[in-house]
Design a protein around this ligand. Structure first.
Ligand code: ADP
Ligand code: MG
Length: 554
């Protein structure tokens, strides 16, 4: 039979387990491995910063439904990629980090970039292990992928030492491993299914909250059927957006605060009562709110607010159960209720409150005016990446999603700097879809050099930077500071020409000082076959619509 190298065995095992993409940076000791992976049919994307590569890997995992890879050099390379592990863990998304490591026989000697990588990775991971024998590589890859994918998804780590990468073993000695199937779709207790429907029937002001756990479980068809049959008002979480279309008549997304505050029963589907949902507590929620909770993770049930009915299982399978149970009931939530009227009126008044900003053509643009043209231009099937403070928050309210898994943003961890890595992952895994990234200038800057990656691979990402010259906006004068003048800590260069950066690296850029020129630039960008960046300097006093209560902006 002959011998096989650790590098080849690793590449074959990853490919066998559905790891079709690796994002990374080569160097010691993984420089040869990336090329071997390419030979085995894995798409390798060479990036500029391990942080961005690790972000790309878990966005690709979420979008494809299998953990995808991040490859780094030893020591500092692995440490940089911990950013992605932590973000993946917080968002419950799968990924596999493969960290090069100094050779096992030098352990403890102070080798080049030697680090206790497995120990350090463990708190951010569901599974972290070193590979100690070439012939057991398929075993470890199987373990890692299974842990990443089954139950609540999350990141995993494999330490890949130099002497394993370059080691050899006899083909007949290889420990073969089974291909990890799709995750088991666990069903909820049938009594709990009936209890959940009884609870919904008894509610006066019910609300369904669709989270990104449902998007992950590919539950969109079941959820659409459930909402259509029950006629329940719903809202999508920030990345649950599109699982039910934002433009559905039953969406109460435009009255989000009122819906959360006044609902007497919330059916939480694949979403958590964490900071994004204000812990399910007053003043954001009704003090006596009843919670029906669907989650794959039993430990999540009852977090922050006791759960009245727990549906523990896979989102797609459990909503399917609910739909079948509905066959035996005539019930749906009535068309005319005070609750519906309240929500409709609140949505209308929210729209009216921002309309003057949408209509304001003065230069430089405000956020809402810029979004007006972006929304008119945005294709329905675009994967939207939103990042930044106001840029993301306002974008979430203005840019609709009609498809599930078509929005990526700072997520559960509130991570800034994920945008370009996410955009690259979206473009590589979805070559047939428009990829649109709308970022603030601060968010763009974290991994701005990844535009070189986009240009090198000709990934046609349409970037828009809403540029207010600062973290949360420029304060003071927009002129450069006088000598000796102290700069506010959050200030960035007002009017910085990120568009010229893209031009200089081989893409196309626009600088839009008057919002009346924005639409034409957007059309030209879409027509351009390659990465583009439209840089829109904003009025530095532009912000969100005034909120009713201070705690709404906390
Ligand atoms: P959001 O930010 O949209 O509110 P979170 O990330 O807070 O979403 O919550 C997602 C929840 O979905 C997590 O508690 C996770 O355990 C759960 N989840 C993950 N996979 C599934 C699945 N297949 N079925 C149901 N729930 C899932
Ligand atoms: Mg800014």
């Amino acid at each position: 039979m002959g011998t096989v190298s650790g590098a080849t065995l690793m590449a074959r095992s990853l490919k066998q387990q559905g790891v079709d993409y690796i994002f990374g940076i080569v160097g010691f000791p993984v420089q040869g491995f990336a090329a071997v992976a390419q030979k085995e049919g894995i798409r390798y994307v060479g990036m500029r910063n391990e942080q961005a590569a690790s972000y790309a890997a878990h966005a690709a995992g979420y979008l494809t439904g299998r953990p995808q890879g991040c490859l780094t050099v030893s020591g500092p390379g692995v440490i940089h990629a911990f950013a992605g592990l932590a973000n993946a863990k917080q968002n419950c998304w799968p990924m596999i980090l493969i960290g090069g490591a100094s050779p096992v026989f030098q352990n403890g000697m102070g080798g080049f970039q030697e680090e206790r990588q497995v120990e350090l990775a463990a708190p951010y991971c569901k599974y972290a292990h070193a590979i100690e024998h070439v012939h057991r590589i398929p075993y470890y890859v199987n373990q890692a992928v299974r842990h990443s994918l089954f139950g609540r998804p999350g990141p995993v780590y494999l330490d890949f030492p130099d002497d394993i990468i370059n080691g050899q073993c006899e083909e007949e000695d290889v420990t073969q491993a089974a291909t990890v199937p799709e995750p088991p779709r666990t069903l909820a207790d049938p009594d709990a299914v009936e209890a959940a429907l009884n609870a919904l029937e008894s509610a006066e002001r019910p609300l369904v909250v669709v989270g990104k756990g449902m998007a992950w479980s590919r539950a969109e068809d079941e959820i659409r059927e459930f909402i259509e049959r029950t006629q329940l008002p719903f809202l999508n979480s920030p990345m649950g957006k599109g699982t039910m279309p934002d433009n559905d008549s039953l969406s109460v997304g435009a009255a989000r605060s009122t819906a959360l505050r006044d609902a007497d029963l919330v059916f939480l589907m694949g979403a958590r009562l964490n900071w994004i949902m204000h812990y399910g507590l007053p003043p954001r929620f009704n003090e006596n709110v009843r919670i029906v909770q669907l989650d794959i993770s039993p430990e999540e049930i009852g977090t922050n607010v006791p759960t009245e009915v727990a549906l523990v299982g896979d989102g797609k399978a459990v909503v399917g159960q609910l739909n079948r149970a509905l066959d035996n009931r005539q019930w749906f939530y009535p068309a005319e209720t005070t609750w519906r009227t309240t929500l409709r009126e609140k949505a209308e008044s929210n729209h009216a409150a921002v309309q003057p900003m949408i209509d304001d053509d003065s230069a430089p643009s405000n956020y809402y005016r810029a979004y007006k043209d972006i929304v008119d231009w945005l294709p329905d099937d675009a994967i939207i990446i939103g990042e930044g403070a106001n840029t993301m928050d306002i974008g979430r309210t203005q840019m609709p999603n009609v498809h599930s898994r078509h929005r990526l943003d700072a997520g559960s961890y509130g991570t800034m700097g994920v945008g370009l890595g996410f955009a690259i992952a979206a473009a590589v895994t979805n070559p047939d879809k428009p990829i649109v990234s709308v970022q603030g200038d601060s968010a763009f800057g974290f991994t701005g050099m990844e535009i070189e990656t986009m240009i090198r691979y000709n990934l046609p990402v349409k970037m828009i930077v809403l540029n207010n010259g600062g973290i949360g906006g420029h304060s003071g004068s927009t002129e450069p500071p006088a000598p000796g003048e102290i700069q506010p800590p959050g200030n960035l260069t007002y009017g910085a020409r990120y568009d010229l950066m893209v031009e200089g690296l081989g893409g196309k850029g626009w600088y839009i000082e008057d919002p009346k020129d924005l639409r034409a630039a957007l059309d030209e960008a879409m027509a351009h076959d390659g990465p583009t960046l439209i840089n829109v300097p904003l009025n530095i006093r532009s912000g969100r619509k005034p909120q009713e209560h201070a705690w709404l902006t906390q």
